[in-house]
Design a protein around this ligand. Sequence first.
Ligand code: ATP
Ligand code: MG
Length: 387
Amino acid sequence: MSLTAIPPGATLGVMGGGQLGRMFVHAAQQMGYFTAVLDPDEASPAGRVSHHHIRTAYLDPQGLDQLAQVAAAITTEFENVPAPALAALAQRRPVAPGADAVAIAQDRAQEKAHFGRCGVACAPYALIESAQQLADVPPDLLPGILKTSRLGYDGKGQQRVKTREELARAWEATGQVACVLEKMLPLAAECSVLVARGADGAMVHLPAQLNQHRDGILAVTEVFEGNLPPERAKQAIDATKSIAQGLDYVGVLCVEFFVLADGALVVNEMAPRPHNSGHWSMDGSDVSQFDLQVRTLAGLPLVQPRQHSPAIMLNLLGDLWLRHGDVEVTPPWDQVLALPGTHLHLYGKLRAPRGRKMGHLNITGASIEAVRATALQACALLGIEPF
Ligand code: ATP
Ligand code: MG
């Protein structure tokens, strides 16, 4: 079904109830929509703030039926929502992004083939789905990273390998599921770009985001004029637009890139949804990535967002609650919030295990120097390694 404008007052649905769903729900509710979340977890961050929470598995026909009944259009917040569930919903309601685009983003092999079709270079790689393909891996792909083709996130499902023996053992350890081996590249930096594309093909973007990962998890995003060389930022934005266009995409799409030591830009992966690296836009831009998701889903006009403040986002992982041992201790939010330009976002998760994304802190200000100084003070208060 195609998307026609859905006015506020209607109900918008989202598959998945994590923090991205929660922030979508907040943005939709702010504009006067009702919301419905489908997620099996009773304590899901989005389910707990939504008008409707359907607690079933993603492929449960009754759950999907309920969602299609209550919601005028449906989006997704989590790329591992089974594509067949989206396809089933699309028989009855507009679904954005569509099952085809999500299916491509769910599979690293298909994703890389799509990047190739769009003329965007990715790291040299080989598919490993059989013992023969394992034996045929060209030696120049080592050292490399073996990534499962499906179901990876936050560095899970990845193993770094230096030799053929390590590669063979690593593939064995995956249970010999379909994988890609990527050559390990010398990274000078990492960046990402978010675009929003409407059903009519109109497209807007957020500025290129400079990202630092720690242990495979995003730690810091910095967005300010000059965070990347302007021609590199433009190249990343253009590449993201052609990737979205090539999918005939509707919704918010994030593409992650590597900047290599020689300055070359290489695409890493895409996410068919808002992305952790775009959270700064909630406080540093006049339109956030979640506002864009609501607009694309509801068929509302897309206007080019304007970044009004330099911004830094710090991810708040469960580790910050565990600085004094295994008993969770609330971080000193009062001291952090005493710093000018700090915006605290917590996702309402009930437990804070190490590595879990509990929230993020956005810092905005008049200049990047001021923002960075405040961010470093916040890091010191919270026990985040300075960047
Ligand atoms: P997420 O979905 O949370 O972004 P993921 O588990 O899908 O993460 P990737 O984005 O593939 O993982 O990789 C995580 C990080 O590992 C990258 O951001 C980068 O820092 C590093 N990395 C991945 N592939 C390579 C590579 N080919 N060369 C060098 N570093 C890499
Ligand atoms: Mg990634």
